[in-house]
Ligand binder design. Structure first.
Ligand code: NAP
Length: 423
């Protein structure tokens, strides 16, 4: 049997690594179950950002400009002109290194199942695809979401900004604009309207097609109207994408890496009414047909919305599912020690920075939960061990942060000694 861990984090996107960083710095020795680098799975280690080339909207996530601490105006202007975002894999590697530097342990495995219902508030058991078992007092679920794909064979050939097929206009749109590409968005929901509107605002993009398989839309009326009235957006209705055609990569002759690579040249559309097909020339295509939260192992254990996003109580604490077999679990206001962060619980913002923020919140809540549990287990009051609610909370924003954390850890150790002495 494995040791019982203080905290296990499942997921290695911005939410997971941020939770790992915070819990590691709080000396909780977290274990992060990261997935691995198998590109055929949507649960790849590093998460959705592993499919994104340039990230330009993660604060401070830029190539370091060569700036002195007190630069002149000219130096600052030059640095501004030379700002470049990091690639998705680069950003994720940095997050991993930072979390591991502070003591987070990481394993490259996939989680197969999690038992939350058997003993809520005690020890949770996690089983990986290799059949290994891990036990933990606190669990942070940061398993993310996967973009839905069209399911056509050509999709994988063009996936990624270099190929021309993307699932994130906010992440990749600017590169298509720089290439002056005509692009299309597939879908008829709010995501598709939002992506099309966003792309239309990019100067370099001359035209945006919105391809949808019928003439009714799931999107809100206001977002639909905005897209319909946008002169740069042309709706192509009753159409599905059957195939994608490519042409040699522009650098195929000069750069060895691109020798056999193709870039998107056109989409083959099928008319859903009469089955006829036609080619639509395109430099980029964005698939915006929804996301699936990676919440499968928690079904019938945690409360989810209709689409499977895990709900929390505003403090990242997961809520019990009314389908849970255990009556004890169903009666709880929230599931003790189980926290959720990032895209698995967020269908609105879905940004790396919001996921990272939620990872931080979940970590602080987990830390607090462990301290409180320990005190409760000792049978002493928080006051008796000098660890009040306020003290726990304040240590996180104290200017003497390290001292605050050290104090908590020491007090917990003292509390443990108290428990041992009492037994
Ligand atoms: P969605 O509402 O489920 O819409 C998905 C769209 O993709 C539908 O139009 C669907 O067509 C189409 N689709 C699904 N599978 C397809 C396939 N294989 N081939 C072609 N088309 C396919 O998903 P969403 O737009 O991502 O929105 C999800 C949730 O997030 C919604 O609640 C939405 O309101 C919210 N959201 C809000 C905002 C905002 O308020 N700013 C922005 C984005 C998302 P059919 O209609 O024919 O099924």
């Amino acid at each position: 049997m494995n040791d019982i861990r203080n905290v296990i984090i499942i997921g290695s996107g911005p939410a997971g690594f941020t939770a790992a960083l915070y819990t590691a710095r709080a000396n909780l020795h977290p274990l992060l179950i990261a997935g691995n680098l198998d590109p055929t799975t949507s649960r790849i280690k590093g998460g959705q950002l592993m499919y994104t080339s340039d990230i330009e909207n993660f604060p401070a996530g830029i190539q370091p400009p060569n700036l002195s601490a007190y630069p002149s105006d000219e130096e600052t202007e030059e640095a501004i002109a030379n700002v470049h975002g990091l690639s998705g894999p680069d950003l994720m590697k940095r997050m991993e290194l930072q979390a591991r530097h502070f003591g987070a342990e990481m394993i490259e495995e996939f989680v197969e199942s999690v038992d939350l219902c058997s003993s809520p508030g005690k020890v949770y058991t996690i089983v990986t695809a290799d059949g290994k078992e891990y036990q933990t007092r606190a669990l942070i679920i940061a398993t993310g979401a996967s973009s839905k794909r069209l399911g056509i064979a050509a999709e994988e050939r063009f996936f990624g900004q270099d190929g021309g097929l993307s699932t994130c206009a906010t992440c990749d749109g600017a590169n298509f604009a720089r290439a002056g590409a005509t692009v299309a968005v597939v879908g008829g929901g709010d995501s598709a309207m939002e992506e099309a509107s966003y792309l239309s605002r990019l100067d370099g993009i001359p035209k945006v097609y919105l391809i949808h398989r019928r003439e009714e839309f799931r999107s809100s009326k206001i977002m639909l109207k905005r897209a319909q009235e946008n002169p740069k957006i042309e709706f192509v209705l009753h159409a599905t994408v059957e195939d994608l055609k490519g042409k040699p990569h522009p650098s195929a002759e000069t750069v060895r890496f691109f020798k056999d690579k193709e870039v998107l040249a056109a989409a083959v559309l099928k008319d859903t009414r009469d089955g006829s097909t036609r080619e639509l020339p395109l430099g980029g295509i964005f698939i915006a047909i929804g996301h699936t939260p990676n919440s499968e192992p928690f079904k019938n254990q945690l409360k989810m919305d209709e689409a499977g996003y895990i709900e929390h109580d505003g403090r990242m604490r997961a809520l019990p599912s009314m389908n849970c077999a255990s009556a004890e679990m169903r009666a709880l206001e929230h599931v003790p020690g189980v926290f959720v962060a990032g895209d698995v619980s967020d269908h609105i913002y879905r940004q790396a920075i919001t996921a990272a923020g939620m990872g931080c919140q979940a970590a602080i809540e987990a830390e607090r939960y462990l301290a409180e549990t320990l005190i409760a287990d000792s049978g002493l009051s928080a006051d008796a061990v000098g660890l009040s609610d306020e003290t726990i909370a304040q240590s996180h924003w104290s200017s003497e942060r390290e001292e605050g954390e050290k104090m908590i850890v020491e007090r917990i150790a003292e509390a443990e000694e108290c428990v041992a002495a009492e037994n």
